[in-house]
Design a protein around this ligand. Sequence first.
Ligand code: GLV
Length: 321
Amino acid sequence: MGRVTVTRLLPTGGTAPLIAAGHEVVTNDSDTALSHSALCDAAREFDALVTLLTDRINSEVLEAGASGGRLRVVSNVAVGYDNIDLAAATRLGIAVTNTPGVLDETTADTAMMLILSASRLASEAEADLRSGAWTKSGGWGINQYLGHDVHGSTLGLVGYGRIGRSVARRAVGFGMNVIHHTPSDTREAGWTEDLDVLLAASDVVSIHVPLKDSTRHLIDRARLAKMQSSAVLVNTSRGPVVDEEALADALHAGELFAAGIDVYENEPIVHPRLLSAPRTVLLPHIGSGSIATRTRMATLACEGAVAVLAGERPHNLVVNR
Ligand code: GLV
């Protein structure tokens, strides 16, 4: 049986598939990310790495794995795998797996929560209540915290994969008119080829693309300027898809009404101008954060490692060996 290391504490029961398959499992119980050199050591010493999105599995880590002669698979407990150098994994014959299909609904819930809470200024209103400012001001007022209605508005989805479609289903239930942009024609109602057209037409824009070279700063200063000044931007995908400083500038300048953000360019650092931006709901990357979903993500990642170590081809394979 193989030796598998889990780089960070998983939800309870997360490693069950590895244990059931008889593998030796060594978990970093501290729940803080391993250093680069600790990751290289682990890659040298183990047959499988079960990693989190906070682990940067670059070519050096993978080369350490190849030089140790043991590492066969990196199983990322995330649907995104931008933290792993796929080209190096392919070159070195190390398999990579992810967790597709199990977090779509939970992440769509988070996007919907941000669409609603940003549109209706929930964070600002709650902050005033907690600080005593609302009570001191005399309480309820007809002109306080006036947001924009979600019902009857147009939601523009940037990206229309599993998560984007799950958001679309919810948004229809909230009375939104939904359009989407993908580079190739989805042949579905609401598709637009031109991202700028979608940005200009949308009251709310929600981003659902993976982070790749082609999507880094996809929403840059020029694209933000295409949006209506009454519009809301929501991002639950990956931080670097949006130019965070440009977003903060647009919010401070009133060129955008509000934003709901779950992911950041340099996590866990959040741009100070975004932290101080008005009408902004900021969450600490909790998109898939329900107990059931995070547990299923962990078991699915571990199932991927078990399959590769058994010489099988798991359905959640990103890079084959
Ligand atoms: C979470 O951000 C994921 O990619 O699963």
